[in-house]
Ligand binder design. Structure first.
Ligand code: THU
Length: 135
């Protein structure tokens, strides 16, 4: 199976685990790391709404727990047929581990149909990252 198909499958699988009783907007995210490891995450909401976690953020937490910190490709699976583009906070979180030049970001619907192929640099132009910090 091609890497992207594996990632789409992992994102859809993660989406089935989403805890989204308040928004009813389940999201799954899968990351391929530069060393070929696939990690995933889903959104986890809370009755205190602002405490909810996005799927991408949870996938990144899982990546760090696997000892990985360089993203090669991101797949996000949203519900329905609207393009579930990552929120601003997730764009920044992805950027931290994707570098300034960016990585592929593929967004699929709940059936795995590709709705958008873009890059993290396109989603967050002129981004601020580790290289922008003064010594
Ligand atoms: N959500 C994500 O998981 N990722 C995003 O990038 C956009 C939004 C979640 C957060 C919340 O649980 C639900 O989708 C509705 O905003």
């Amino acid at each position: 199976m091609a890497d992207v198909d594996k990632l789409i499958h992992a994102a859809l699988e993660a989406q089935t685990k989403a805890y989204a009783p308040y928004s009813r907007h389940p999201v799954g995210a899968a990351l391929l790391t530069t060393s070929g490891v696939v990690v995933s995450g889903c959104n986890v909401e809370n009755a205190a709404y602002p405490l909810s976690f996005c799927a991408e953020a949870n996938a990144i937490g899982n990546m760090i727990m696997q000892g990985e910190n360089q993203i090669a490709h991101v797949v996000i699976a949203g519900p329905g047929t609207h393009v579930c583009t990552p929120c601003g906070g997730c764009r920044q979180q992805i950027r931290e581990f994707a570098g300034a030049s960016g990585v592929s970001v593929t967004i699929v619907d709940h059936k795995g149909t590709v709705l958008l192929e873009t890059t993290s640099a396109e989603l967050l132009p002129h981004s601020f990252g580790p290289e922008n910090l003064s010594e």
